[in-house]
Ligand binder design. Structure first.
Ligand SMILES: C[S@@+](CC[C@H](N)C(=O)[O-])C[C@H]1O[C@@H](n2cnc3c(N)ncnc32)[C@H](O)[C@@H]1O
Length: 280
């Protein structure tokens, strides 16, 4: 039987090979908790060493990945990106009548792609012009993708999640649920948002992505690169960049770095980049 140290090293290397996620040194308690939960949830009868061998051989691999991702997100996180989308990017598409293709590359439970969709509908109303938009939202975690596609969220009136220019009641239907704390209700995204967003699994660490080159006008890659080594971050960014059109916009999370892309973009705001040329 492996000692704790060896067990945790095995988890780290397995997680790295499956997802590219690099766990920091001080994650022992987190690893132990998640392993125990995984064993409980999968009802695995052997010991944890054996469970890891099974995962390596393809059994419970998806559950393993799902249990080690960090899915923290909220609606309109870093809302200045959505303001930029509404005030700078979307008016161009309203004017030209061209479809805008957007990619949300680590969508977690859906708050980010639905915020993109709400932004489109707001811009459309402000400009009084139809905007044809499609949003592809991907994640490696199949549980969060299912949650996102279902589109049901907890909402509290006192929450400051939505910016002033969004009235949640326009985009969500209220659902009654007696088991929640009194100030919270369940809300479900309306069909007009849901039909704009398509969910799909994609591992950002794969060597290629199943999309055409120069396909997207907008790419959101926020608060996910932080889980990778600097070298892998750079590789992911280079791949994502090849799917972004010249003139398209890349939004990165507040603490994320554009690495090699820096000479191929124009920075126009807080981690807002316009692609100016191809990177070879
Ligand atoms: C902290 S959440 C960020 C969600 C959202 N982008 C935001 O800014 O609020 C990070 C997400 O990245 C996903 N993720 C981690 N590794 C991934 C990989 N290799 N490929 C795709 N998604 C990954 C996780 O499953 C998780 O849902």
């Amino acid at each position: 039987m492996l000692d704790n140290n060896a067990l945790h090293e095995k988890v780290k290397s397995l997680l790295y090979s499956l997802t590219g996620i690099t766990l920091a040194e001080n994650k022992d308690i987190m690893i132990a908790n998640r392993l125990h939960k995984l064993k409980r949830d999968t009802k695995y009868s052997g010991d944890i060493d054996e469970l890891l061998v099974a995962i390596e051989n393809g059994t419970h691999t998806m559950e393993f990945i799902n249990s080690f991702t960090t899915n923290k997100t909220h609606f309109f996180r870093e809302d200045f990106h959505f303001t930029d989308l509404k005030d700078r990017v979307l008016p161009e598409f309203a004017k030209s009548g061209q479809n805008i293709k957007m990619y949300c590359s680590a969508s977690s439970t859906g708050e980010e792609p639905y915020s993109m969709a709400m932004t489109v509908l707001e811009a459309q109303e402000e400009l009084n012009k139809k905007i044809n938009a499609s949003i592809l939202a991907t994640d490696i975690d199949t549980n969060v993708l299912q949650y996102a596609a279902n589109g049901v969220y907890r909402y509290s009136k006192s929450s400051k999640e939505f910016p002033d220019w969004i009235k949640p009641q326009k985009y969500f239907k209220k659902r009654v649920n007696k088991t929640l704390a009194s100030e919270e209700i369940l809300i479900k995204v309306k069909p007009e948002l849901q039909k704009m967003v398509k969910y799909q699994v994609n591992n950002l660490n794969d060597t290629s992505y199943p999309f055409e080159k120069n396909h997207f006008d907008v790419v959101f890659c926020r608060n996910v690169l932080i889980y990778f080594s600097a070298e892998d971050q750079n590789k992911i960014l280079r791949r994502l960049f090849s799917h972004l059109k010249i003139g398209g916009t890349l939004y990165l999370g507040h603490s994320e770095n554009p690495h090699d892309l820096i000479n191929y973009v124009k920075r126009i705001g807080q981690n807002i980049f316009i692609k100016t040329k191809e990177l070879h």
